[in-house]
Design a protein around this ligand. Structure first.
Ligand code: S3P
Length: 489
C-alpha cells in the first residue's frame, strides 16, 4: 500500500512578508484534485483557509517559507497505548479471574500478544472497547502445541520469554523477518542466570525455552531497555525472593505501575515472588507515541494547532516534550488526570518557530520511539541539531538511523549519519520523493510528517506498516490536514 502525502501548495506569486498570498496550486496542474473529487473539495477548503490565514501561513517557521503551509488542526484521540496494552494482557492472563481492559491498543503488535496468550490457553473476548481476559492464575498457562508467533513485535517476544521461563513452559518463540533480526541475547542472559534453559538462534529468534527460572536475581540492564526489564520482572514473579532490575538510564515504567493494579507490590523495578495477581479493570490511555505524529503534523504545517486528548504523559515516555522545549515548540498540557496508575492529559501544539538543539542518551531513552519523528522536526529548525546516544535505533524494527538519514537526504535535507545518532542542519526546504517504509511503522509515519512540509508529493511505500501501532493513522492524518493524504491500495 502507498500513501501519498501532499506538501504545501506551491504558489506562482507569493510573498513571505506581504499581506498578499496568491496561489495557483500546482496540485491541480498535476492532474489531481479534479472537480468533484474529495481531494478537490479538500483543496478548495485548504485555499479558503490559507486565504484567511494568509500572512501567518506565509511565515511558517518550518523552513518552508516561500510556500503557503498545508493545514493541520483539530482535536483528536489516538488509540490505546501499545506498551500498556501488552502488559495489561499478560498480567491479566496471570491473574485469578476475569480482568477487563478498556481501550486496548488495536494494532497488530498487541494482537500478536493476544494470539500467543490464546495459544497458551487464555480466553480473550473483545466486545466494543472492552477486552475481557480470563486469567488462569500464576500457574495456569498451558504449553502451546506449536511455536508461538510474535509477528513483528519485540515486546511480545521479550515479555513472553520471561513469562514462559518463570512458568516453566516449554515453547519456541518465532517472529517475522524483521523480528528475527533483532537481538535476543539480552533476554536470554538474565533468564539463563535465573535457571531456565534458553537457546537463541545465533542471538536471535527462534528462541527455545525449557525448564524453569527459579532464582531471583539482581540484573543490570544494559543497554537500557524496558522490554528486558519487563522480561526479568515477569520471570521474577514466579521465583522465590526479590528480583531487581537496575537501569543506568530510566526507561518506561508501565510494568511497575501496572503490577499494583493487579495487587502486586512493586517498588521501582523490584518484585517479590512468588506473586499472586488478582483480576482487575484497566483503562488504557491514548498512546503518546501515536499522538506524537499528530503533534508533528501541526509543526510540519504550522498554520494552526492540533490537540490530542486523553493521551498518556508518563514522564518515562515523554522525552519528546522535553525535546519540544529545547526546540522552542509552543505546546501546552491541560486536563491532567490519571487512569490505572498512569497520568494523562490533553496535549496541544501550536505553530512554532523551531531552533536547533542537541539531544543525548537520557532523553533518547525516554523518547526511543519518537527519534525518527524528532529527526524530521530537526529539519524544520534553523541551525544544526545533534541526536546522540541512539545506537539502539539500529536494532529496532529497522535500522532507523540509516533509514532516517537516507530518507531525509533524499528529501533534500542536510544530514550526517553518525554511529550512534544523526547530525541534521535544518532550515532548508524539503522536497517530496518516494520513501520505502522498510517495513517499519514509525518510519512510514515519520516520513508522512516530513511529506507535509515538503514541496510536492511524498510517496510512502509500505504505508500499511502503520497498522503495527496505529491503525487508522492515514485516515486521521487526512482529516487533520483536510485531505493532504491519499492512500492507494
Ligand atoms: C517498549 C520498549 C522499547 C520501545 C518499544 C516498546 C516496551 O523497546 O522501543 O517500542 O513496550 O517495553 P526497548 O525496551 O527495546 O528499548
Amino acid at each position: 500500500m502507498r500513501a501519498i502525502v501532499r506538501g504545501p501548495a506551491q504558489p506562482e506569486i507569493h510573498s513571505c512578508r506581504g499581506t498578499e498570498t496568491v496561489e495557483r496550486g500546482s496540485a491541480t496542474r498535476r492532474g489531481r484534485g479534479a472537480p468533484g473529487s474529495a481531494l478537490f473539495g479538500a483543496l478548495r477548503r485548504h485555499r479558503r483557509s490559507t486565504e484567511v490565514d494568509g500572512p501567518r501561513s506565509a511565515v511558517a517557521g518550518n523552513g518552508n517559507c516561500g510556500f503557503p503551509a498545508q493545514h493541520a488542526s483539530g482535536s483528536y484521540r489516538v488509540p490505546g497505548d501499545k506498551s500498556i496494552s501488552h502488559r495489561a494482557l499478560v498480567l491479566a492472563a496471570l491473574a485469578d479471574g476475569v480482568s477487563e481492559i478498556v481501550g486496548l491498543a488495536p494494532g497488530a503488535d498487541v494482537q500478536s500478544t493476544a494470539r500467543c496468550l490464546r495459544a497458551l490457553g487464555i480466553t480473550i473476548d473483545i466486545e466494543g472497547n472492552t477486552t475481557r481476559v480470563h486469567g488462569r492464575g500464576i500457574a495456569g498457562l498451558r504449553a502451546p502445541t506449536s511455536p508461538l508467533d510474535c509477528g513483528n513485535s519485540g515486546t511480545t517476544m521479550r515479555m513472553l520469554s520471561g513469562v514462559l521461563a518463570g512458568a516453566g513452559i516449554e515453547a519456541t518463540l518465532i517472529g517475522d523477518a524483521s523480528l528475527s533480526r533483532r537481538p535476543m541475547e539480552r533476554v536470554a542472559r538474565p533468564l539463563a542466570q535465573m535457571g531456565v534453559q534458553i537457546e537463541t538462534t545465533n542471538g536471535h529468534a527462534p528462541i527455545r525455552i525449557r525448564g524453569r527460572a527459579t532464582r531471583a536475581i539482581t540484573w543490570e540492564s544494559a543497554p537500557p531497555s524496558a522490554q528486558v526489564k519487563t522480561c526479568v520482572l515477569l520471570a521474577g514473579l514466579f521465583c522465590d525472593g526479590e528480583t531487581h532490575v537496575h537501569e543506568s538510564l530510566t526507561t518506561r515504567d508501565h510494568t511497575e505501575r501496572l503490577l499494583p493494579q493487579f495487587g502486586v507490590a512493586a517498588t521501582g523495578a523490584r518484585v517479590r515472588g512468588p506473586a499472586q495477581l488478582h483480576a482487575t479493570r484497566i483503562e488504557v490511555p491514548g498512546d503518546f507515541s501515536s499522538a506524537a505524529f499528530l503533534l508533528g503534523a501541526a509543526l510540519a504545517t504550522n498554520v494552526s494547532g492540533v490537540s490530542v486528548t486523553n493521551v498518556g504523559i508518563n514522564p518515562t515516555r515523554t522525552g519528546l516534550l522535553d525535546a519540544f522545549r529545547a526546540l522552542g515548540v509552543s505546546f501546552s498540557q491541560g486536563d491532567v488526570s490519571a487512569i490505572s496508575g498512569e497520568p494523562t492529559a490533553t496535549v496541544r501544539c501550536a505553530p512554532s518557530t523551531l531552533r536547533a538543539a542537541n539531544f543525548q542518551s537520557a532523553l533518547v531513552a525516554r523518547a526511543i520511539d519518537e527519534i525518527p519523528l524528532l529527526a524530521v522536526l530537526c529539519t524544520f529548525a534553523n541551525g544544526t541539531s545533534e541526536l546522540r546516544g541512539a545506537a539502539e535505533l539500529r536494532v529496532k524494527e529497522s535500522d532507523r538511523l540509516a533509514l532516517v538519514a537516507r530518507g531525509l537526504a533524499a528529501m533534500g535535507a542536510t544530514v550526517d549519519e553518525l554511529p550512534d545518532g544523526l547530525r541534521i542542519t535544518g532550515g532548508r526546504a524539503l522536497h517530496g520523493t518516494t520513501i520505502d517504509s522498510g517495513g517499519d511503522h514509525r518510519i512510514a509515519m515519520s516520513f508522512a510528517i516530513a511529506g507535509l512540509a515538503a514541496k510536492g508529493e511524498t510517496i510512502i511505500d509500505g504505508a500499511e506498516w502503520a497498522d503495527i501501532s496505529y491503525p487508522g493513522f492515514w485516515t486521521t492524518l487526512g482529516e487533520i490536514t483536510r485531505g493532504a493524504v491519499r492512500v492507494d491500495t
